[in-house]
Design a protein around this ligand. Structure first.
Ligand code: CA
Length: 233
């Protein structure tokens, strides 16, 4: 079942959104503060986020930035102020779309559906493209082989999955917990140090100098980010 995260401080609006989504076959979680929303987004897998712009504490823009550091799913902003629209449009690396309060709930559902299917098509297209080349690294998806400077490197299944996930989501900082969940499955009770160990092994294979990595960067206090510089393309 597809799952939506609703971040909205007005509970009656959040419940209206949830009810319409439920009728249309979506499951949803409600967070009434930005902090709670961020926590849920990090702990669960969602297909889309409905994000209210005016929240107490951390506002929608700030929250969107933080969400974007860990997620690439569609984010729909909900605002009551028409004057925010230009800001939403101009917002760098931000929302995928916006909707103005008061909104027609059926239109909201239609937009949610459209964004989820567009995102799914994007992911599918990426999966069809079999080979990924990033600088000196060549990844063959179907045969699960990795070459560095034309030399084949042996990867375990999880090392391969982890590298591929990071390469496919460049320039996004992922927490170790998030990587654990994506690669080992979210029922995994594993220790996040597993992620650290796998990153170290991957670096030994792909980096010229593993102690000074240029592909997988450590984001202190967060986790890791695959750096896709223009010179790699
Ligand atoms: Ca609000």
């Amino acid at each position: 079942m597809q799952k939506i995260l609703i971040i909205e401080d007005e509970l009656n609006i959040a419940e209206l959104e949830r009810d319409y989504l439920e009728v249309n076959g979506f499951e949803s979680d409600i967070a009434t503060t930005g902090e709670k929303g961020l926590e849920l987004a990090r702990m669960n897998i969602y297909n889309l986020i409905l994000l209210d712009l005016m929240l107490p504490g951390i506002d929608g823009f700030e929250l969107c930035k933080k969400l974007r550091q860990v997620l690439d799913i569609p984010i729909l902003m909900v605002t009551a102020r028409k004057e925010d629209i230009d800001m939403i449009r101009g917002f760098d690396r931000g929302a995928d779309d916006y909707i103005i309060k008061p909104f027609n709930p059926n239109e909201l559902v239609a937009r949610v559906k459209a964004h989820i299917s567009r995102y799914d098509r994007l992911i599918q297209r990426e999966q069809i493209q079999n080979t990924l080349q990033i600088g000196s690294i060549l990844i063959q998806s179907d045969s699960r082989r990795v070459f560095v400077n034309d030399e084949e490197k042996m990867f375990t299944a999880k090392e391969f999955d982890l590298l591929k996930f990071l390469v496919k989501n460049p320039n996004i900082a992922f927490t170790k917990e998030h990587l654990m969940e994506r690669i080992w499955g979210y029922d995994s009770l594993g220790d996040v140090n597993t992620v650290t160990v796998h990153i170290r092994k991957i670096r030994e294979k792909i980096e010229k100098d593993p102690s000074n990595p240029q592909f997988i960067e450590t984001i202190w206090g967060v986790g890791y980010r695959f750096m896709k510089k223009d010179s790699f393309q």
